[in-house]
Design a protein around this ligand. Structure first.
Ligand SMILES: CC(C)(COP(=O)(O)OP(=O)(O)OC[C@H]1O[C@@H](n2cnc3c(N)ncnc32)[C@H](O)[C@@H]1OP(=O)(O)O)[C@@H](O)C(=O)NCCC(=O)NCCS
Length: 283
């Protein structure tokens, strides 16, 4: 490739790419009689650790470096591991807290979550393993993990490009999610994402100034109250309450005990008191 072509390709890569997105939602925890399994060849992992070996083999190092801040603030990944090859072949990224300013450069859309909401934002299954119910099983593992680690969560948002048929089908027909909002996402380069200003519709939702997160609304928009899709949402008897039985939990990232941080009071490179995300640590 000539230098001119390289520069052209780079410029093309840095041009914002815009996609129409649907923001979908469903209640948590998941309903018990919906649980199905992907079979014996797979096991699942709840990963709170950006240095987890399966995650490191799956995601680019740069992305994991960028995501260390969000990990320190409660991001997690559900991984599907294919036992015969010991490889992660499916992933589902989740945020349990709203992103902070600057997180767009780390690949996080500026969703605003209420205290009882979480956000599922990167769902993927390796091509060779699709249509094996891995996508759906990851959702149940997510439900179990959230039940155990974030018991306050009552709603999970997801998002999909509206022209992504597989994802829209999975979200609506299988995960039972409904659309609460649409917005336009822009992507620049490999990781930088954001919302095209004013593209949120309607103006009450997780991508708006006002939404459940602002304390103005108790009800989730679009919640079917009658007809076939209506449910006894959040009924204490009707849901799967289970712990993460079979899934492995990978959470060895933070310091092994509080003493190290509390007694040494280390400074970060700016000379300020260090926080986990500002202090480079050798693991
Ligand atoms: C979307 C995706 C994660 C689905 O994973 P999967 O493991 O194949 O999903 P499952 O096997 O659990 O499928 C469950 C159901 O979803 C629906 N579905 C899945 N893939 C579909 C497709 N290509 N077209 C239409 N419906 C689809 C079907 O109803 C399917 O049930 P069925 O196989 O009994 O018909 C996978 O196709 C993928 O990684 N796509 C590329 C990345 C992507 O688009 N991610 C979504 C970004 S939000």
């Amino acid at each position: 490739m000539s230098l001119v072509d390289k520069v052209k390709a780079k410029a093309e890569h840095l041009k914002p790419r815009v996609n129409e997105c649907a923001i979908v939602v469903r209640p948590l925890p998941l309903i018990a009689d919906e649980i199905i399994s992907a079979g014996e060849d797979f096991y699942f992992k709840v990963v709170f650790d950006p240095t987890d070996r399966h995650l490191v083999a799956l995601e680019p190092a740069q992305r994991l470096e960028l995501m260390k801040g969000p990990f320190a603030r409660g991001a997690l990944v559900i991984l599907a591991i294919h036992k015969p090859t010991d490889k992660a072949i499916g992933k589902m990224w989740l945020l349990s807290e709203s992103p902070v300013s600057g997180d767009g450069k780390r690949g996080l859309l500026p969703i605003q979550l209420a205290k009882d909401e979480i956000f599922l934002f990167d769902l993927w299954v390796h091509r060779d393993f699709r249509r094996n119910a891995v996508g759906i099983t990851m959702a149940f593992e997510m439900g179990a993990a959230v039940d155990q680690f974030f018991p306050q969560a009552r709603w999970v948002y997801g998002y999909a490009h509206v022209d992504n048929e597989a994802s829209m089908q999975l979200m609506s027909l299988v995960y039972g999610m409904w659309t609460v909002q649409t917005m336009k996402e822009y992507e620049i380069g490999d990781y930088h994402v954001g919302m095209v200003p004013n593209s949120d519709s309607p103006k009450f939702g997780p991508f708006s100034k006002r939404g459940r997160h602002s304390g103005d609304g108790f009800q989730m928009p679009g919640r079917p109250r009658t007809g076939e899709a209506a449910r006894d949402y959040h009924h204490p008897e009707g849901f799967a309450r289970r712990t993460v039985n079979d899934a492995e939990v990978s959470d060895g990232w933070m310091w092994p005990g509080p003493e190290w941080f509390d007694t040494v009071h280390p400074k970060d490179s700016d000379g300020k008191p260090a926080r986990p995300e500002t202090l480079p640590r050798a693991i």
